[in-house]
Design a protein around this ligand. Sequence first.
Ligand code: AQP
Length: 353
Amino acid sequence: MNAPTAAPKAQFKQRVFSGIQPSGSLHLGNYLGAIVKFVELQKSHDCIYCVVDLHAITVWQDPAELPVAIRDVTACYLAAGIDPKKHIVFNQSQVAEHAELAWVFNCVARLGWLNRMTQFKEKAGKDRENVSVGLFAYPTLMAADILLYRATHVPVGEDQKQHLELSRDIAQKFNNDFGKSIAAHGHGDVFFPQPEPLIQGPATRVMSLRDGTKKMSKSDPSDQSRINMTDDADTIALKIRRAKTDPEALPSEEKGLEHRPEADNLVSIYAALADISKADALKQHGGAQFSAFKAALTELAVSKLQPIGSEVNRLMQDPAHIDAVLADGAERAQQIATETMKAVKDIVGLVRR
Ligand code: AQP
């Protein structure tokens, strides 16, 4: 038997893990659905924030643009207030154990589980036979990202809920399948925690500015559909002015937003940016015409995003600094990852050095 690794743990240390793909410009959805929470959780938890570049290449990425996109996501993390010294910031491909654990999880997860993933169905569309195997296996890599650090909490937007549930199923099946071996190697009853999704606030699913029924997304061909974190004040104002609305004034209560997806979206964005509830946003703006509300929303969005955008632009002038942050984070992440992988190999029965 290989030498024992981590000490037995009945309870898991509370740890946050999350990531964003460098697959295009980060937008208000990424900011409100993920980054704002990343920043907040630093106060109460040890956090690991990853730039998930191996996820990005599940669809084609231009090799000349990918490094810039990786640095851009990193710069957004730093500019928004993530502290890479107190916490860990790195890009996924620098810690090979992500891919290694994902392979083990490919052998734990069932085909039927992955077949149910709605994001794959949406992204593959009608061209299913032609998408990469990686796009299909994306959720097992995501489970590996989280469980490699035995993370207990995962801040994400609403769209990632199903993938988080799959991560929990994988953790549970691994714990069940290898229960005896987990105990025999001194890890107690269970090796992986059940990671908890943290999906909170009024903007867990920010919608497109052009269509209130579609998620705001990096891959939407229309730049008018989203507010990018680095858009300048004039661009933000123009996009909000052009955002689709309906002819009615804003209601005074949340119930009045039913069946008005565009109005609901703009009110949700306002509430999230102002850090108030939707009900409070409507108390302030109920009865207003969209022209007035959009002006207030623009002012708020510019005041929140412009300092971050300027800092991102400043950081991007110094790629060597960003690369040094990623290398330092990768080194610290790898220390945890190596321990987990040693234990996983022992538990599964793989002979190691
Ligand atoms: N519209 C959104 N509203 C709220 N949260 C969102 N997130 C993404 N879009 C919204 C959250 O941002 C985090 C990182 O997402 P990702 O980049 O890893 O992947 P994604 O969810 O597929 O994001 P996109 O923008 O739609 O990218 P593409 O177009 O490349 O697929 C996650 O926590 C996500 O929930």
